[in-house]
Design a protein around this ligand. Sequence first.
Ligand code: SAH
Ligand code: SF4
Ligand code: F3S
Length: 550
Amino acid sequence: MIERPPSRARSLPILEIAPPPATERRSGTEPDDARLGEFRPEPRALPRFYVWTLGCQMNRSDSEEMAGRLLTAGATESPTMDEADLVVINTCAIRELAEQKVIGRQGHLQRLKDANASMRVVLTGCAVRERDRDGLERRYPAVDLFLRPDEEPELLDRLGLASAQAPVGVVGATTVVGRTVVGVADHLATTRAAAVDAGTVQRTSSVSAWLPIIYGCDKTCTYCIVPFSRGPERSRPFDDIVAEARSIAASGFREVTLLGQNVNSYGHDLEPDPRFGHIRTERWAGRRLDLGSKPDLAELIRAIDGIRTSDGVPAIPRLRFITSHPWDLSDRLIDAMAECPSLCESLHLPVQSGDDEVLRRMGRQYTTEHYLERLERIRAAVPDITVSTDIIVGFCGETEAQFEKTLAFLELVRYDQVFAAAYSERPGTPATHLADDVPAADKRRRLNALLAVQEPIGLERNQRWLGREVEVLVETIARDRSHEHDESGTDGEGSVPRGVQPGPGQVALSGRTRGNKLVHLAGDATWVGSLVNVTIGHAGPYALRGTPVG
Ligand code: SAH
Ligand code: SF4
Ligand code: F3S
């Protein structure tokens, strides 16, 4: 714990949320029966909270857990940050820009605090790392309390808010990765299970649910901050995950996404169990591990796919997982992908670079040859599978010729979607010992060149769906933004796309195919959450458009 100078007015780490001002609109109405007055709860201390979430799906899932804890304690959700008296910022640190977004809001947050003396700001997520905890107050001066990702279950206790849940237990344990002290997620499996049991996870969608299966990352990618933010891999117990999937199914969700930085290394840290005696594998790369008699992602997928309705169909029609590492893409997993009807035909498999020397410097521990072999096997086993990837351009020492190899790799693989970013040096990562020597202008140029190569490939991949009937899980009603200035032309989610013309009584809707393709259509507002068959009539590089069948 950090020692704070006595001159600091606020009494952290235990925050006191002061009662809201007398004009506070949540003070309640007079009861109809005067006798009920005596039962009126004290108009005290329960904050309106706002959770600002940046970063990946893991953060979104963690925010759902935190919001649930706050609601259970009696706090209410504020529609905006400016009206809140507790702001929880769930940060991302994957690139410098992600951290800058929050650093750049410190002045605004401070002004809000100046206007509302009871306002408190909590900063959590991947920007809170043990190794540079001392620098946090300087970088985030408006923040009152810092929690590492593995300390998030402590939120209520540290805020001094009464908890309806059992005490969290021992948190804040650390371990050493390389030479760096990092937090460990040892207790997160238990706190997650408790939140699921208590029904407090505040899921933001009623259609699609996140299901974390493994916390942290054991990989050795030299550019990446995640192992230092999230600590080593910790798998949740198999039965806890299946129980959560059952409760998700019972609540009527249509889709579940298994989450982890490396979902396909799930299970290696669990104890052997005779139930999994038929599993006899070894991890082939990185730290060699005996995976015998331990559950793996394939086993988990089969168990969740095996949750069936009385008609024998999967109770959750769509199952996905993200993110996979090429190390751990086992034949067992490929077989499960081919055989489980609920598992969607889409795979996100980050390659990062198409050059073997760059991959070596990145510490990815596979070659492009190995990656292509895995991909070929998956494409043979799961016809029509859509494949997406992540690319980093301008990594330390990347030559023009090495970058060209990445472009050639994209031409060869023909991804459905590519998420590309310029390399951003992250403090404390092994790559800080390499020179970040590709000039910013070259990184930008390479990024643009990459997008120019990928766009026609994405278009061609989408055009393969023209005229075909696909199943769309309708997720959102698009907003009419025609009055707003928007140069993007609107392939984006959330706005009414060009070419979708809702008839009388209809709205513009968006959803996803099993291959995770974004589809726009016109239809009934009540279709949100339903699976609708759609004939694809138009394909752009980033989205499809279709007409409902019948
Ligand atoms: N665990 C996942 C990815 C997590 S981070 C995996 O290994 O695939 C998401 C993506 O951010 C990475 O795939 C990588 O492309 C990108 N990324 C990570 N660190 C980065 C850095 N320092 N600079 C630029 N991009 C980075
Ligand atoms: Fe980062 Fe590599 Fe782990 Fe992905 S696998 S989170 S890129 S260290
Ligand atoms: Fe960002 Fe942390 Fe996710 S660094 S991408 S929020 S794991």
